[in-house]
Design a binder for this molecule. Structure first.
Ligand SMILES: CC(C)(COP(=O)(O)OP(=O)(O)OC[C@H]1O[C@@H](n2cnc3c(N)ncnc32)[C@H](O)[C@@H]1OP(=O)(O)O)[C@@H](O)C(=O)NCCC(=O)NCCS
Length: 209
């Protein structure tokens, strides 16, 4: 479990599938995702089965959140994927499927938590993402967390009868440290071996190394 004040990230379970099917058939949720066709429960079940063959760090996580005094409830998914262990980079993706949680800071907190995990646990140096120009809310969230605009793929997306640009954003580890400004979680002292080299848990390293 990866935890912050109001958000926690856990592994996805088979029981989550019905919620995903409901959320990913909601046109408001999918308006800015790549999904554009109705999704069946068996599509999601097949996707769930495919997770087992992916590297652990490459599997999306379920986002759980709590309102003040309320219980933890699942509100969406978040993940890092397309890892490149030579340049230590990955791509970020998120959806908050429970719309009653939109605009209450949960997307921002979830993004911060995942970015922190990417830099401070997986030892990434770069996290990138693509976002459609039609999604100003997501762009605002990414800017708040410290992502920088780095490019625009013109007319690289097609939806609702017209072409749209795809914005490319990224955050580097050095920028994360600045954006974090010491206020986001306590600075932990990394574990080191006798030669003073930083030690990472075996499960966090690149697969096959
Ligand atoms: C995008 C998403 C993750 C944001 O999550 P969220 O919980 O609503 O985000 P937050 O509440 O943390 O922040 C939203 C911010 O955007 C602002 N915002 C809302 N609508 C906006 C708009 N149309 N234009 C610009 N900013 C907007 C809010 O005011 C808030 O900013 P503030 O905290 O500075 O006031 C969520 O809405 C979502 O999952 N949407 C559907 C799937 C999706 O688009 N995923 C991203 C694909 S790249």
């Amino acid at each position: 479990m990866i935890i912050s004040e109001r958000v926690r990230l856990r592994a996805i379970e088979r029981e989550d599938i019905p919620r995903f099917v409901e959320w990913l058939n909601d046109p408001e949720v999918t308006a800015n995702l790549l999904i554009c066709l109705p999704l069946a429960a068996w599509d999601e079940a097949r996707w769930f089965e495919s997770l087992a063959s992916r590297a652990t760090e490459d599997r999306p996580l379920a986002v759980e959140a709590r309102q003040p005094g309320g219980p933890w409830v699942q509100i969406g998914n978040v993940g890092l994927h397309n890892f490149n262990w030579t340049v230590r980079s990955a791509e970020f993706g998120i959806f908050i499927g429970d719309k009653s949680f939109w605009n209450s800071g949960f997307g921002t907190e979830t993004t911060r938590l995942m970015v922190k995990h990417g830099f401070e646990t997986l030892n990434l140096n770069r996290i990138g993402l693509d976002v459609f120009e039609t999604n100003p809310r997501a762009v605002h969230v990414y800017e708040k967390v410290g992502f920088v605009h780095e490019g625009r793929r013109r007319q690289a997306h097609y939806r609702d009868g017209q072409y749209w640009d795809v914005l490319q954003m990224s955050i580097l580890r050095s920028e994360w440290k600045v954006a974090r400004g010491g206020k986001w979680g306590a600075q932990t002292t990394p574990a080191k071996n006798v030669r003073g080299e930083r030690i990472f848990p075996a499960s966090c390293g690149p697969q096959g190394m």
